[in-house]
Design a protein around this ligand. Sequence first.
Ligand code: ATP
Ligand code: MG
Length: 667
Amino acid sequence: MSCGLGHNGRPAKHRKGDVVSNESLANLLKEERRFAPPADLAENANVTAEAYEQAKADRLGFWAEQARRLTWETEPTETLDWSNPPFAKWFKDGKLNVAYNCVDRHVEAGNGDRVAIHFEGEPGDSRAITYAELKDEVSRAANALTELGVQQGDRVAVYLPMIPEAVISMLACARIGAAHSVVFGGFSADAIAKRIEDADAKVVITSDGGYRRGKPSALKPAVDEALTRVSVEKVLVVQRTKQDVAWTEGRDLWWHDVVGRQSVEHTPQAFDAEQPLFILYTSGTTGKPKGILHTSGGYLTQASYTHHAVFDLKPETDVYWCTADIGWVTGHSYITYGPLSNGATQVIYEGTPDTPHQGRFWEIVQKYGVTILYTAPTAIRTFMKWGDDIPAKFDLSSLRVLGSVGEPINPEAWIWYRKNIGGDTCPIVDTWWQTETGAIMISPLPGVTETKPGSAQRALPGIAATVVDDEAREVPDGGGGYLVLTEPWPSMLRTIWGDDQRFIDTYWSRFEGKYFAGDGAKKDDDGDIWLLGRVDDVMLVSGHNISTTEVESALVSHPAVAEAAVVGAADETTGQAIVAFVILRGTANAEDESLVADLRNHVGSVLGPIAKPKRVLPVAELPKTRSGKIMRRLLRDVAENRAVGDVTTLADSSVMDLIQTKLPAAP
Ligand code: ATP
Ligand code: MG
């Protein structure tokens, strides 16, 4: 892969944020490793290369066929209504119940005894829930919400740890046609209040607390504080840790009382395909969170299809585990809706990967015989930092497909993942998508694609993605620019909740008729797509646009570096100067001056002198969102000696203090 943002055949404009041509940086970072799909997987794959052809010949026909994966009360006759772009309606005359599709129909098909959820609590408690039991639980919760006055079209906020009740709550809402708005269990009272207010939620479902890092961590106090500013009718409280809670009589209700006494009989009503299913606020990596609205039929079609295709799920034999939090879109589409609509058996783990020891994930893989693992680059880089010997202690031979999501995966992290977790045989699917896209859009198919470390490669069958230049022209192979989606897709966001204009402005105004994803990307000579990070993060150094992703990947390819975050800081001579924050691997010494020089030179030799960071700062932690993404804007504040901006969506806000106190003064 070449560095910089490629050559688009036009003179560069050199405006900050533009992703323009850059010949001096072209073809500097070469990634030539290739991995063919394992023969047996290819032979038995759920989806073959033919799907691309089929979808190309008749895209809407292809999606109409995928919609038949679901059980509809009224089959749709119209696939897409795009008469009022960018407001799409998919399968609009169809009617279905999403929860019925995720639960009841598997029981009716005779699979009630299949485990739906293997829950693993952080303290080591576990619970297996079959589809038949899940049906009872979801029915009870649906009856409870109805008793609390929740009706079709209402909104319910969910603020829970990673426990089965999170999934049950989401499905109970879906079952009665209410939209859920899940708020990360790590978010503050302020974030909860804003989300409750924006969505005008009627009920909040929370818990006393959850287990994190070996101890109970309270959740309800944040809800109580939020509710001093905004109001809801009822708060339903799951008892997880049995810690003390403050109680507001008349408003607060225990889940085990109210849900516990309900009947397990509940008849799911069919709703229109465009019935709102959920609102999810984006993680806020770049600014004020947006309430992304997803609806039912199209969303479930694509969540189900992509889960089947990208992970090659065989529901009778696979044990699937997605390590995401339910508060992130990955938890929505690839814990709740995709896997359950497909009748999967999956693991849900409550806690952190290093509790009580750094091998916890691998112990879980071994315990449940996990066959498909879906995690994030941030986790993979952390495991690299902890050392190869940790996963080596466990039997990971059950694994057959590995997935990655959330950020570009550095080629070295990809190789580490394949070798140390995947036994050098598992295909890796690097899946690009967003809260807004609802489901995976660009990814290898494990039985089809010859994979390339660091590339998400190709739009899935039925999806139209490409890379364009400033003038909205598609760049040729080898070119770089902006990632866009050129045709509507079933699980696309329908709007930003309550703000149609912001929906149009944010996604549909930059390039006429195309969805602007906000990510920089490049096409290689085979036409495969490489994601280069957010357009907002692109650095402009001496007139050259340089992607943060590529400098970070160059740093991670040095044996001493586990993780890197790179920002452009204002610089009088060069416009912006590259400042790199690095987390070192195992034994490397942060005080070693020669190591810093070595890292700078390493980047220079991999990417070219222009990409050589001006400063390299070893740090113990990086600021990350709860979903594990690096918050570069905060590092930019540090690098430019400014007061640090809004840290409310950080997983751990003390990290910024730590980084600032460790920092040497700017040279
Ligand atoms: P916000 O939009 O509020 O700033 P966010 O973009 O982090 O938050 P998400 O929707 O969870 O919220 O993340 C989507 C983004 O994550 C993508 O736009 C892209 O930048 C990045 N991303 C996700 N998967 C990949 C991947 N496989 N490769 C590269 N980047 C990825
Ligand atoms: Mg985003």
